[in-house]
Design a protein around this ligand. Structure first.
Ligand SMILES: [Zn+2]
Length: 235
């Protein structure tokens, strides 16, 4: 079981601490406005402080470099399946207008988009929008690939995860990140097939990769390399 807690550190700001029994060492990551730290279950507060002393400064520098993009009329999401952008209009409401694969968030022209509260709200709107796209695209595609390759899974759920594209439990429950919809189609398929292969092989053994190569009809480890270069940096 993962145990999460949030602390406000006087020097390093908000820190999210996850205790993970499977973690073998302390893992530190910078996120916009948040440091994420994964600790093995029995790590002490002292060990955490020591890790922060060693890596904290570097993490804050990384954090500066990944400040979220400002969401305004210049913001754009472009994927093979849909596009998303913002446009001012004369109405007094926020509306999402769809035109084929193009989605536009119309906002009242007088709105100040740049205040922090409005930015946080817009981020939330976009996250919900992506969840909608993910719901439209991912479960159907997973079912299609499972049928085509003869895999069986018990359920599929969508998560708002920046760090994991997908996972599969020993009971065959597949969980997918909503941000998968931002990837090119072949990488979406790679992740879906990867999780489907885990319904047969719950590991990353040679047998697993051979199964995945067959499903992807290519050297799937090459796709894994390409996937590693994709970061979810739109929110
Ligand atoms: Zn895997």
């Amino acid at each position: 079981m993962l145990k999460k807690s949030l602390i406000a550190h006087p020097q390093y700001g908000n820190i999210e601490i996850t205790r993970n029994p499977r973690a073998r060492r302390i893992i530190l990551r910078a996120r916009p406005n948040l440091l994420c730290i994964t600790l093995p279950t029995f790590a002490t507060t002292k060990e955490l402080e020591r890790a922060l002393e060693m890596y904290g400064k570097k993490l804050l520098e990384q954090q500066d470099a990944i400040q979220p993009k400002t969401i305004d009329a210049s913001y754009r999401i472009e994927t093979p399946q849909f596009t998303f952008g913002l446009q001012p209009h004369n109405g007094d409401k926020f509306l999402i207008k769809q035109n084929g694969r193009e989605h536009i968030l119309l906002y009242p022209a007088a709105t100040n988009l740049h205040c922090p509260r409005r930015q946080a709200w817009l981020r939330d709107v976009i996250k919900r929008y992506l969840r909608g796209r993910a719901k439209d695209i991912l479960p159907g595609r997973l079912q299609q690939l499972a049928t085509r390759h003869g895999f069986r899974y018990s359920s599929v759920s969508l998560r708002d995860s920046h760090t994991r594209w997908g996972s599969c439990s020993s009971r065959g429950s597949i969980s997918l990140s909503i941000y998968l919809v931002l990837l090119p189609d072949e990488l979406i398929d790679y992740v879906l097939l990867h999780e489907l292969c885990h319904t047969v092989e719950m590991n990353h053994s040679e047998r697993f990769w051979a199964l995945l190569d067959k499903a992807c009809q290519c050297d799937s480890r090459t796709l894994r390399q390409v996937l590693r270069k994709h970061k979810c940096d739109i929110l």
